[in-house]
Design a binder for this molecule. Structure first.
Ligand code: A3P
Length: 295
């Protein structure tokens, strides 16, 4: 099955990468290369549906004491800045340090100042079958994305990279093969899910943040799926209805490893492997496909 070209109303290509016209204007992308970086900046990069909001929450809990002890009533949009989705048209130059940014950009479109390695970069990767299924469900709730009812058609688009953020393999391969250009920490969604505390400690260590045992406990507790789902500051239910149709599903949907098995048929799984397996085997990541698998 040949995947159709994406509808231009929902996606357009800029330097070989798919963006959403409603959320990322070309003028914004044109300025990113020279975007001024501060040494204290922290950047989170992900392919969509890999645990971006989860990691944003963890990073902001690590950084903001008030949030950790529950005295700050800020939602995630106020705590994290989005590099290419500046929906609120904020002036990032006037934001206080340390600035925390999230982005889905591929390595080759990021601000060039990141290559002097002073600012810290975190990249989170998730197994691509769960990414695919999460994306499929998300496309139904996201008003700015084209809704594709048929999962088989959606999967072909994903395998052909004709989706937001283009081909998963290119994104992940690109970031891994250029890791020496950045001051970067790689984490997997699966290790976060299986051992959240170790992942939080890994992040603290990389960021040079010394938290007490009690503070680490507070981060871990507030970053679990159930806690985030119930926390209006973290669950993305605050996104406006012109971005998310909350009646069609929740942003924090399943939050587990292996949910792809509930959507993909055996034949679809085989088709997926036939397209992705060879390149995936060359990636320096051990993937985990089920919540019961060892890491
Ligand atoms: P599912 O759709 O599989 O549930 P992103 O933020 O990159 O868009 O990723 C969204 C995915 O991360 C969703 O996956 C969401 O449920 C999951 N997620 C968000 N917070 C999480 C948490 N605290 N624990 C586990 N998964 C989480």
């Amino acid at each position: 099955m040949q995947a159709m070209e994406p509808d231009e109303k929902y996606l357009y290509k800029y330097k070989g990468f798919y963006f959403q016209p409603d959320l990322t204007p070309v003028e914004c992308l044109d300025t990113l290369e020279d975007f001024e970086i501060r040494d204290s900046d922290v950047f989170l990069f992900t392919y969509p549906k890999s645990g971006t909001v989860w990691t944003e929450n963890i990073l902001s809990l690590i950084y903001h004491e008030g949030h950790r002890d529950g005295t700050e009533n800020l939602n995630l949009l106020d705590r994290f800045l989005s590099l290419e989705f500046n929906i609120r048209k904020m002036d990032y130059a006037s934001c206080p340090s340390p600035r925390l940014f999230a982005s889905h950009l591929p390595y080759y479109l990021v601000p060039k100042g990141l290559r002097n390695k002073s600012a810290k970069v975190v990249y989170v990767v998730r197994n691509p079958k769960d990414v695919l299924v999460s994306n499929y469900h998300f496309s139904k709730t996201a008003v700015t994305l084209e809704e594709v009812e048929d999962f088989g058609i959606f999967m072909e688009r994903f395998l052909a990279g004709k989706v937001l953020a283009s081909l998963w393999l290119d994104h992940v391969e690109g970031w891994f093969s250029h890791r020496d250009d950045f001051n970067i920490l790689f984490l997997t969604y699966e290790e976060m899910k299986k051992d959240l505390r170790s992942s939080v400690l890994k992040l603290c260590n990389f960021l040079g943040k010394r938290l007490t045992e009690k503070e680490v406990d507070a981060v871990v507790e507030q970053a679990t799926f159930n806690k985030m789902k119930a926390d209006p500051r973290a669950n993305f239910e605050f996104l406006p209805p012109d971005i998310i149709d909350h009646s069609k599903g929740h942003f924090l949907r399943k939050g587990t490893i292996g949910d792809w098995k509930n959507t993909m048929t055996v034949a679809q799984n085989e088709r997926f492997d036939s397209v992705f397996k060879e390149r995936m085997e060359k990636l320096p990541i051990k993937f985990c496909w089920d919540i019961n698998d060892e890491l």
